[in-house]
Design a protein. Structure first.
Length: 402
């Protein structure tokens, strides 16, 4: 049976409800407890009635094993547990840790997880959308897309708590919340003419970076996948490359490798003979460089390297590509635009969307389908085919009759 004790504090009287639920393996009694405080204005009779109801309900929960320690768990503590029990990619985990520490804990960490309601989630959204959150000097407010990205971290934590039955309802469910509207970002690509011009400008650049850009646009590989390629990733007999790992670098830590983004990302990609020729030429060049360094060489078969043979920093392609575009007065595009360009060029040339998805390592065709909007030129060309097939012959016949 539940036991009830009262305590007078600065903020009024509160009640402690305790229920015994057996003994542990050491013979120590296991006691579950919760604290309840009556609402302001409740009469003594109302307080007694509500206290008895809550005590009975609590005892029933404990007896049936439905009471969770999360009833008294602070949200801040569960955030730490979440990071321990949730499998996240290294770079994602670093990002989540940062958002939890700087935004989520300061806003809601003091609350018990059971007490968080949709109103608190909405207040977090408003806080993220307010002035002064941004600290990178690029404005006063976070963009709607960034607000949603930060809020996703909080949603993931609450969803985990809900799946573990630590809370009865998910206060982060978007069904009850209003998030800032965002426009679908336009996918950056190089047109066919821009891509041809850009590739022609590569001829004066170091061979390693020539191959890096050609490989990016030909294969559509992600940046981390490209810098993780080794010489044994290339089959010079079948003209294929094998994407099996992705490299990343966390702040203050050495470059590391991990499995690619999804299972579909582990794939085999055919590359054209001209690129195989460049790779053979560069392999010879790299071998000569390795021999010149002797014991100073620290490489392990990486294709894209630092001066001592170690793998290229995953940030290097982005920085180098930006500087390359400036040198040649080419409008700026992100390095990732090469991946988008690869997809749109293949689709506009008539390549089956499933084959494009396979080369890019997409799990769902809906992801690849985003590039279809960029095929307006191909659609206009298709319309002109009918112009030539139907209109021009008719005009020729009319001239003959005349």
């Amino acid at each position: 049976m539940a036991t009830i004790s009262s305590r007078e504090g600065k903020n009024g009287i509160s009640y402690r409800i305790k229920v015994s639920c057996g003994y542990d393996i050491k013979g120590k009694q296991i006691v579950k407890s919760k604290t309840w405080k009556p609402d302001i204005g409740m009469t003594q009779k109302q307080t007694e009635k509500e206290l008895n109801r809550i005590a009975t309900e609590f005892e029933t929960k404990v007896t049936k094993g439905e009471y969770s320690v999360a009833d008294n768990t602070k949200f801040s503590d569960f955030c730490d547990q979440y990071l321990q029990i949730t499998e996240l990619a290294p770079t994602t985990k670093q990002f989540y840790e940062s958002i939890i520490k700087t935004i989520i804990k300061p806003a809601l960490g003091h609350m018990k997880i059971r007490d968080i309601r949709p109103i608190h989630s909405q207040q977090l959204i408003q806080q993220l959308s307010g002035i002064g959150v941004r600290s990178d000097g690029k404005g006063d407010r976070l963009s709607p897309a960034t607000v949603r990205r930060y809020f996703t971290v909080y949603q993931s934590i609450m969803t985990k708590a809900y799946k573990l039955d630590l809370i009865e309802q998910n206060p982060a469910s978007t069904k009850k919340l209003e998030l800032p509207q965002i426009e679908e970002p336009e996918i950056q690509i190089f047109t066919r003419e821009e891509a041809e011009h850009m590739l022609s400008c590569l001829s004066t650049e170091p061979l390693m970076f020539q191959i890096l850009i050609h490989m990016a646009i030909v294969t559509g590989c992600r940046r981390g996948e490209l810098v993780a390629l080794k010489w044994n990733s290339i089959d010079f007999t079948t003209d294929n490359i094998y994407v099996k790992i992705s490299n990343y670098k966390l702040t203050g830590k050495p470059i590391s490798s991990k499995k690619p983004k999804t299972k579909k990302s582990i794939r085999e990609i055919a590359i054209p003979p001209y690129l195989i020729g460049l790779l053979k030429q560069y392999r010879t060049e790299q071998t000569v460089w390795q021999m010149s360094l002797g014991d100073r060489w620290a490489g392990e078969g990486w294709i894209f390297i630092q001066d001592d043979g170690k793998p290229m920093n995953p940030q290097t392609p982005t920085k180098w590509f930006s500087e390359f575009l400036k040198r040649h007065d080419i409008p700026h595009r992100k390095f990732h635009a090469l991946r988008h360009t690869s997809a749109t060029l293949l689709l506009s040339s008539g390549t089956n969307i499933k084959n494009v998805a396979s080369r890019l390592g997409h799990t769902q065709l809906s992801t690849t389908n985003r590039y279809v909007h960029a095929l307006k030129d191909a659609d206009e060309n298709a319309a002109m085919i009918f112009e030539k097939l139907i209109v021009e012959p008719e005009q020729g016949n009319e001239k003959e009759k005349a």
